[in-house]
Design a binder for this molecule. Structure first.
Ligand code: GLU
Length: 339
């Protein structure tokens, strides 16, 4: 079992949006808590665009993300185009990911996987197959290509297959950490999808590797993100250990969901920050609503993020325990109250 402790000292938090659509209320909620968790302890905030997937990322979404964060009053000290830890765009960090990959290869922990998505789906017997990125871990990779012989690899290459690269994960590893919101966690790696991808077969770097390399090099000490990413954390903790880097502390925050219990996503256009702004909602009323939901004030009265940060700073450590547990339903007419 591997015990990880939260890092002390000044908090460095971060926004790590994927520019694949407009910011919606659910993203804004996580960014609000990431910002407040850092600012309320006098800490710093970094903005990093996770534009790692060239097919899904667009510059206009990054611009929109920055506009929406600023409009909400959630500022950052470095990121986008300025700061000591540039680049702040994952699309520009390939050589850094390559170096980490080489370090893992030197430990004999990386192997090529020639399975196609379709084969993985069939192997796992799952309708949607394994995912190697966000959300739940997907069906576990059964280790098909773990022990291919050099001849078998050559044969696959001769068939014209391009391999993904996977990390050889210890079979009985359990990752333990103390989540600021969820409390003590002990999660077996085998429940997190098995050997996970470091680079996809099309050469795109995988989220798990990129996020760890960037959080390490940017000195991020506190990661606040949605509960849907919880099962990525044990995989990332393993990478921290293998790369000899101290892990950050984690807060996995409850997800905002619609009335059908579906987590808010980019398809909920009417709950995008841009749509709410156009409707006439004020940023302070959205933040006031978040503050009420987070247990930081008794009612949803409009408030600015900086006022909240000042209040919390006066009263002591950030009350992560006050956050509700489980998903939060946002009634479809909730924004009407923010006009
Ligand atoms: N880029 C990821 C997302 O938008 C964030 C992952 C993280 O916070 O580690 O979901």
């Amino acid at each position: 079992m591997n015990q990880h402790t939260s890092s002390g000292g000044t908090v460095t938090g971060r926004f790590a949006p994927s520019p694949t659509g407009l910011m919606h209320l659910g993203n804004a909620w996580s960014f609000f808590l990431a910002w407040l968790g850092a600012r309320a302890s006098g800490g710093r905030v970094i903005l990093r665009h996770e534009d790692i997937d060239p097919d899904r990322s667009r510059t206009e979404w990054m611009d929109a993300m920055e506009r929406d964060l600023s409009w909400l009053g959630l500022d950052w000290d470095e990121g986008s185009s300025h700061g000591l830890h540039a680049p702040y765009h994952q699309s520009m960090c390939g050589p850094l990911y390559e170096r980490a990959l080489d370090a893992l290869k030197a430990k004999g922990l990386v192997y090529p996987c020639y399975c196609t998505r379709k084969e993985l789906r069939m192997l796992a017997g799952a309708p949607h197959g394994a995912s190697d990125g966000l959300g739940d871990a997907g069906a576990a990779y059964p280790g098909t290509c773990r022990h291919l012989t050099p001849e078998q690899r050559a044969q696959k290459e001769a068939e014209g297959r391009h391999p993904a690269l996977r990390l050889l994960c210890p079979d009985d590893d359990v990752e333990s950490f103390n989540d600021l919101v969820l409390g003590p966690q002990n999660i077996p790696l085998k429940d997190c999808g098995g050997d996970f991808a470091l680079r996809r077969s099309d050469g795109v770097w995988a989220y798990q590797l990129a996020v760890v390399v960037d959080d390490v090099r940017m000195g991020v000490t506190q990661v606040v993100r949605g509960e849907d990413i919880l099962l990525s954390t044990p995989r990332q903790l393993l990478l921290y250990r293998l790369l000899d880097a101290p892990p950050p502390s984690y807060a996995h925050v409850p997800l905002l969901c619609d009335e059908n219990g579906e987590r808010l996503a980019k398809r909920h256009h009417s709950l995008s920050i841009a749509a709410l702004r156009e409707k006439g909602c004020s940023p302070t009323s959205i933040i006031g609503f978040f503050a009420k939901v987070a247990g930081l004030q008794p009612d949803p009265s409009p408030v600015s993020p900086s006022r909240l940060a000042d209040n919390i700073m006066r009263e002591g450590p950030f009350p992560w325990h006050a956050l509700p547990k489980g998903s939060l339903i946002i009634p479809h007419n909730a924004p009407e109250a923010w006009l």
